[in-house]
Design a protein around this ligand. Structure first.
Ligand code: BDP
Length: 605
């Protein structure tokens, strides 16, 4: 799905701003047809933003159920001849859009965009009534999985709660921008670009998909492609719906040294441009060879973080200021990569990664496929059962993987797809599940695949690693086990990594390791939760990684402190950030800056 764009053939209006809002505490919205009749006695709510921390109200912060957003908008008369679309960047987790009372779209999934044509429902040149209903419940058939249930409050009123296994707050609402945009009646629905190079010649293969035009209009149009370099010089051209072109003296997109070409696609009829769309593309190649992860033929060592889309007040709402701050910090600390733990991030974030030269591992929201809430300790209950993670869940998993790949395939920054974080992969039934999932993903795109395991999956016990290219390990020895004893944790770590590599013979990425650290708490000698402990823990882990050539990268958990559900082990959220939630450095940030500044992207050991 192409991101909305203002071009010579397309219009664009942002509906970000302040909407009317009402949480449906009494479950009366559907009965009273709020989608048709509108909201009475509403609050004001910004879009995009999570609603949870906006109000000063515990009931709204923890609300589980339907909330309603409403806005009126005049649609220009001049748009009458065009195809008019409404598009939501993401809303958590189940949404419906009504325009003038007509249901135009229903969508499940909290972290990917959805859109619909609305021509049949709108009045051109007049005010139109838009209502978006968002429900934040989860089931065993959604990603992430969860379970909503009812409790009674002191007055005997029923209210819903949510049981979840994943370790981040269930921020809810419209999290990414809402747009109205137009395309011509015959338009480009999708563009796929793949890149390669030989010597100093870049190779771009592309495919343009038009919306289903009839034979006649299809024959009447030609696709024309032009590629421009960063100086805006035309460096390549092609024609046809599908094809390839060469770029002489190519400048590659390199980690921490981005170079973007502009790929312009046009639908042309009798010398007249019907539709136009452009993409920023980077020319680069990703391979796995001899146990190494290669970007442009060079072994790449991942230095960076697992992150979250999370901040004060706005929760998971897109915020350009915070995002640029994050990329500035990534650059400052000499990180070269991050994982979009634990869901696909906003497209706007991937655009920044393309521009800053930050390598991305893109993750589907398959987190919490476990019989226990994080931190999971001891025996795990089975979840790959008929009632819990079943064929329906697999269908959703494949659908969301397809949608993520369709959305993000053209980003040069994205080098690998992560298909799950900490699933219960030692269960026999997980094997067939992940086999089917990985095979489906390989048909969609040729980037390598990652599966991320938790530390309760002992070396050799994972039933699914064989279907993946890289093994991600989330290890917390010296924290969740060997608590406070970094030396013992370090010994266990080394043994674990060696055994795991022996069993799987695949490259290993340390996709998570870290400790909760209260900013400003100093202890000498170091004890758990102090800034000194975080530094010593990271140092000890790095001493081990540096001895093991099959470790292809280190992603510290987490980039910044983030909000979680309330729990004994979560003091105002998860404090494993190297930066605070307000994006200021803890001591560990200075230590990492020194380490990552002194090892290259290749880090040959
Ligand atoms: C891992 C999870 C991550 C948690 C982290 C932790 O992948 O989401 O936040 O551990 O416990 O289990 O901090």
């Amino acid at each position: 799905m192409l991101y909305p764009q203002l071009t010579s053939s397309r219009n664009l209006i942002s509906l970000s701003g302040i909407w009317n809002f009402k949480a449906d505490y009494k479950e009366e919205g559907y009965v009273n047809q709020w989608y048709l009749k509108g909201l009475k006695e509403y609050d004001l709510m910004p879009v995009p933003a999570s609603y949870n921390d906006i109000a000063v109200d515990a009931a709204l912060r923890d609300f589980v159920g339907d909330v309603w957003y409403e806005r009126k908008v005049v649609i220009p008369k001049q748009w009458e001849t065009e195809n008019v679309m409404i598009r939501v960047g993401s809303a958590s987790h189940h949404s419906k859009i009504w325009v003038n009372g007509v249901l135009v779209k229903e969508y499940t999934g909290g972290f990917l965009p959805f859109e619909s044509t609305i021509n049949e429902a709108i009045q051109f040149g007049e005010e139109n009534h838009i209502v978006i209903g968002v429900n934040n419940e989860l089931t065993w058939q959604t990603l992430p999985p969860g379970e909503a249930y009812y409790v009674e409050d002191a007055d005997g009123n029923r209210k819903k709660k949510l049981k979840q296994q994943h370790d981040f707050f269930n921020y809810s609402g419209i999290h990414r921008p809402v747009y109205l945009y137009t395309t011509p009646r015959t338009y480009m629905e999708d563009i796929t670009v793949q890149t390669d190079y030989e010597g100093d010649q870049g190779i771009i293969s592309y495919q343009v998909v038009m919306n289903q035009p009839d034979e006649e209009s299809r024959e009447a149009v030609t696709v024309k492609i032009e590629v421009y370099d960063e100086e805006n010089q035309l460096v390549g051209a092609a024609a046809g719906e599908k094809g390839s072109l060469q770029i002489d003296r190519v400048t590659l997109w390199q980690p921490q040294n981005a170079y973007l070409y502009k790929f312009v696609a046009k639908l042309v009829s009798k010398e007249h441009t019907l539709d136009e769309y452009s993409l920023n593309i980077g020319i680069r190649k990703v391979q796995i060879e001899n146990g190494q992860f290669l970007i442009n033929g060079e072994p790449f060592y991942f230095k960076g973080f697992g992150k979250h889309e999370d901040m004060d007040v706005k929760g998971k709402g897109l915020d350009d200021a915070m995002n640029i701050r994050d990329f500035n910090l990534l650059k400052w600390i000499h990180a070269n990569s991050f994982r979009t733990s634990h869901y696909p991030y906003a497209e706007e974030v991937l655009d920044l990664a393309d521009r800053y030269g930050i390598v991305v591992i893109d993750e589907v929201p398959a987190v919490g496929m476990l019989g226990q809430a994080v931190p999971a300790i001891g025996e795990l209950d089975g979840v790959f059962t008929d009632e819990k993670i079943n064929d329906e869940t697999l269908k959703e998993h494949i659908r969301l993987t397809r949608e993520m790949i369709a959305r993000d395939k053209n980003h040069p920054s994205v080098v690998m797809w992560s298909l799950a974080n900490e699933a219960s992969v030692m269960e026999p039934r997980a094997e067939a599940y992940f086999k089917e999932l990985a095979e489906a993903a390989r048909k969609m795109d040729d980037r390598p695949l990652l599966n991320v395991n938790l530390m309760l999956i002992e070396p050799g016990k994972c039933k699914v690693s064989k279907y993946f290219d890289v093994i991600g390990l989330n290890l917390y020895f010296g924290w969740y086990s060997e608590r406070g004893d970094i030396d013992a944790g370090k010994r266990r770590l080394k043994q674990w990594l060696q055994e795991c590599h022996e069993a799987e013979k695949k490259p290993i990425l340390l996709s998570e390791y870290g400790v909760d650290t209260i900013a400003g708490l100093h202890k000498e000698p170091a004890i758990m939760f102090s800034e000194e402990f975080q530094v010593q823990f990271l140092k000890a882990y790095h001493e081990v990684f540096d001895q093991l050539p099959f470790v292809i990268g280190e992603h510290v958990w987490n980039f910044a402190d983030f909000m979680t559900g309330q729990d004994l082990v979560r003091i105002d959220g998860n404090k494993k950030g190297v930066f605070t939630r307000q994006r200021q450095p803890k001591m560990a940030a200075h230590y990492l800056r020194e380490r990552w500044g002194s090892i290259t992207n290749t880090h040959s050991k």
